[in-house]
Design a protein around this ligand. Sequence first.
Ligand code: NAP
Length: 238
Amino acid sequence: MSTALVTGGSRGIGRSIVEALHAAGYKVAFTYASNPDAAAELQTKLGENALAFQADVKDFDRAVEVIEAAKTALGPITVLVNNAGIRKDVSLARMTQDQWRDVIDTNLTGVFNYSRNVIGGMMRTGGSIVNVTSVSGVIGMAGQANYSASKAGVIGFTRALAKEVARFEVRVNAIAPGFIDTDMTSSMDEATRKKLYAGIPAGRAGTADEVAKLALYLASSDSAYVTGQVWNMDGGLS
Ligand code: NAP
């Protein structure tokens, strides 16, 4: 039985990925930042072979601790899903240094922190890293210079690392979702939502479960010859 680690796995897309991996027979460790209730509820729901860890992805030393603890409890990690992410949308003219740093440190440095600390083990066992980037990192979005830069960074990281570790049978791919219905997007008012849907060729938002199915494929040996790719899942937006 393989072991997977999913960052930001307590809600939204990460939660769907945790559930899909668990249902497919993986042991799953997942992290969360600030909402212990959601994490505890998911861990209880899944029961055996699911383990939640409070850990801010920005914290390198905590990543080391979580990975060690997950390995001890569930075995060597052969799948890492770097999913945790935030957005702090504001025009560049009004963006503070904190809004810039927080988004870059969470979305991009968080991917470094977890990948850096699993890669040694994966180079011995083989494995798959799946990075959740965004359509914003592919085509750019107004009001998201910080977010788009962080997600474009994740794409560059994915392509570079894929070339570095392919010979160790470690694969690295990214998923670039468009507009997906989660807490991250629920604050949008109805008028804005309508306008947004009108710009999506598919005419609707995607679901976290749709993203999870792609993550499951990229995690599994079904995609054994696929690496260094960015999978747009955006209803045609990009
Ligand atoms: P969400 O519903 O807001 O859930 C975010 C998850 O990440 C939660 O489990 C949260 O834990 C965790 N998290 C947040 N900050 C963290 C940190 N510093 N350290 C560790 N965990 C942290 O978000 P989502 O919409 O599912 O988004 C998931 C990923 O998909 C993100 O990378 C996002 O950028 C990307 N994405 C989303 C969309 C979309 O339309 N929703 C589109 C494209 C890309 P707590 O609950 O404990 O805070």
